[in-house]
Design a protein around this ligand. Structure first.
Ligand code: ZN
Length: 490
């Protein structure tokens, strides 16, 4: 993951409504400028999103190469999430909002979702029929332009699989299967998603009834298998009930969650399956719903320490289908999980109450990570990551700790943690840095993101996967946090 701050700020003007051919030239110049200005900082081969511009047909993105893209649809509120993998945003685009008001989109919000993922959130206008369109991407190498356009397809969740050729707009309706789709199995995936499996491609619509807290899927032209398999739900599962009923020719699947949890559609791996993520709601300050103690989907916060000593929220980066940085046989999501668990233990040993985003290999969006920290009124938020560069830079190594720009307490916390890490591990000191990462800017408590080392450095990769080094790192971070808490009079 890398985030480089440009020395020269380049103002990006978003042309809403019309597109001048002259802008192409301006655009090209902009790319040039950014590339030139960035040379001094360009340690990495990470892709960069330089600008976003609405056009009459969609969105035009300026990128320095073709990124892998993941598109997913979410409901309540209706949004389309477009993730550019291994891509960082230029500074101007951090937390930017691009007004659209067309093509079924109200606006597009931009954020560095994780150090490795640039995320565009299309806030959809549900009253506009165009908001149901599936979106597709097309990369034009000559101009380093990525076009995002709605296809003629209307569907709930049609992901664009980056490994497949780009989908062509389909003008004819999707095939209707004359024989009913049979719902065969409900199960939890290894990453904690609820998976509904049918015997053939399944078309469905979703809705949410907030009064009963029930998320419903209506599968048209379907029936329930006589030998339906379904998981048993633990008493403390975030899913209270799953009910399947035959309503005419359709099957209705109602999923009722316990308070504070929500169901979301995620990317479909095959069209015979529906995949649902169960995650924490964004939380209103008055919501005092207790967190569940444990459940089969998301491993839970552990609340062992003395709350008066302080509450620390430990966020292991990435997880599930998002491995983070990969190199030297190491996946970031694995090493940061191990370090996060060790960090939690160390903090508990110092008397703190510790909450985790995840204690196993599950996927989490950014929003619930922040929402959970807010909800438990954490005093400190610490997100654990590992860095990467391309193979030409395998000698680059070291530790850096990020805090939100303009956050004095964040910088103070980062300084304590960084210096504890450096003195304990002897790692190369890359310093304390300000950044616009969502996690550190959207949390109200002092928040840091620790880049514990480079998986692309063979030496550091071997350290990061070594349990003793992980413990050294975790203990040092815990000491830095403890120092910070003590100085602040805890
Ligand atoms: Zn990361």
């Amino acid at each position: 993951m890398r985030y480089r701050q440009l020395a020269v700020g380049i103002l990006m003007t978003v042309a809403t409504g019309y597109v001048s051919p002259l802008l192409e030239q301006v655009q090209a110049q902009l790319i040039n400028d950014i590339n030139n200005n960035n040379n001094a900082f360009n340690l990495s081969s990470a892709l960069r999103l330089n600008s976003i511009r609405p056009t009459t047909n969609g969105l035009m993105l300026s990128v320095n190469a073709n990124p892998q893209i993941r598109i997913q649809r979410e409901n309540n509120p209706d949004r389309l999430i477009v993730d550019l993998q291994n891509t960082s945003l230029v500074q101007e685009l951090h937390q930017a909002t691009v007004p659209m008001n067309r093509l079924g989109i109200k606006q597009v919000r931009v954020a560095q979702y994780s150090p490795a993922i640039a995320r565009l959130v299309f806030d959809l206008d549900s009253s506009n029929p165009n908001s149901n369109a599936a979106w597709q991407s097309q990369y034009i190498a000559a101009t380093k332009t990525l076009l995002l356009t709605p296809s003629n397809q209307t569907a709930q969740a049609i992901p664009i699989n980056p490994s497949l050729p780009l989908p062509r707009p389909i003008s004819s309706p999707r095939p209707i299967f004359s024989t009913p789709t049979v719902i065969e199995r409900l199960s939890f995936s290894s990453t904690g998603q609820l998976v509904i499996t049918a015997n053939q491609p399944v078309n469905y619509q979703t809705s949410f009834d907030s009064a009963s807290g029930t998320y419903s899927l209506i599968v048209a032209n379907a029936k329930i298998s006589a030998t339906l398999q379904r998981p048993s739900l633990a008493a403390n599962s975030p899913i209270e009930r799953i009910r399947l009923s035959q309503v005419g020719n359709s099957v209705e699947i109602g999923i009722k969650t316990t308070a504070g949890w929500q169901v979301r559609e995620t990317q479909r791996m095959t069209n015979q399956q529906i995949q649902l993520q169960i995650s924490l709601n964004s939380v209103s300050p008055n919501n005092q719903t207790p967190l569940p103690n444990s459940n089969p989907v998301i491993q839970n916060p552990q609340n062992i320490g003395d709350r008066r000593r302080g509450v620390i929220f430990v966020d292991a980066g990435h997880g599930g289908r998002d491995p983070g940085a990969i190199a030297n046989g190491i996946q970031e999501k694995d090493v940061v999980l191990q370090m996060s668990l060790k960090l939690g233990q160390a903090l508990q040993g110092l008397g703190y109450t510790v909450y985790y985003t995840r204690t196993n290999d599950v996927e989490f969006d950014l929003e619930p990570r922040v929402a959970l920290a807010q909800r438990v009124n954490a005093d400190v938020f610490v997100s654990i990551h590992a860095n990467s560069l391309d193979s030409r830079n395998s000698s680059v190594n070291g530790v850096e700790t990020f805090h939100a720009r303009n956050s004095t307490v964040g910088r103070e916390l980062a300084s304590y943690v960084q210096s504890q890490i450096i003195s304990a591990t002897g790692a190369n000191n890359r310093g304390v840095k300000a950044a616009g990462f969502y996690l550190v800017t959207q949390t109200s408590m002092p928040a840091i993101l620790v880049e514990t080392g480079f998986v692309t450095s063979p030496t550091e990769a071997s350290n990061l996967s070594n349990p003793n080094y992980q413990k050294q790192m975790a203990d040092a971070i815990a000491r830095g946090i403890d120092q910070f808490m003590r100085v602040r009079g805890r």
